[in-house]
Design a protein around this ligand. Structure first.
Ligand code: OFO
Length: 165
């Protein structure tokens, strides 16, 4: 059984994952409209991943005797000046998620909820990967700058880049 406070915190995490999923969907759509089909595919995938992160939390909360809340969401950002701005938004969004994950982990230790603490370790690991991915991509984009040929190749190769490892 989870405490009311932990339930509340996990529900805030459900909202963040849902918000991230919609944000990435919006970014995928922007990329598609602007001719970056590789980047669009990347963000459609990211959006799906975030949805699974949300579902995992919903099931956990309900299984632990809490009530998962399906949240109302804010409208995601939908206008970007460049791929650089797009991926900066990706990093910022992931950092926000990481911050909340860390707060929950801290709270679990404080109230000695080791079950939720253990469950949240998956998110800790996932966030480390996601942030590293966003930073690696931003480094590549910094090198490319405004070079159109470079951006073309970046878009072509992004899905095959094994930047997660
Ligand atoms: Fe990358 O946000 Fe989920 O965990």
């Amino acid at each position: 059984m989870i405490s009311e406070n932990i339930e509340k915190s996990l529900n805030s995490q459900i909202k963040l994952e849902a918000q991230a999923s919609m944000q990435y969907l919006s970014m995928a759509s922007w990329a598609e409209i602007n001719g970056y089909n590789g980047v669009a595919g990347f963000f459609y995938n990211q959006s799906e991943e975030e949805k699974t992160h949300m579902l995992k939390l919903i099931k956990f909360v309900n299984e632990r005797g809490g009530v998962a809340e399906i949240p109302a969401l804010e409208k995601p950002e939908s206008e970007f000046e460049s791929l650089q701005e797009l991926f900066t938004t990706f990093l910022t969004s992931e950092e926000k998620v990481t911050h909340n994950v860390n707060l929950i982990v801290f709270e679990c230790l404080e109230v000695k909820d080791y079950t939720t603490h253990n469950f949240m370790q998956w998110y800790v690991a996932e966030q480390t990967e996601e942030e590293a991915l966003a930073r690696t991509i931003l480094d590549k984009l910094r090198i490319i700058g405004d070079d159109k040929g470079g951006l073309y190749l970046f878009d072509r190769d992004i899905e095959s880049l094994d930047v997660k490892t």
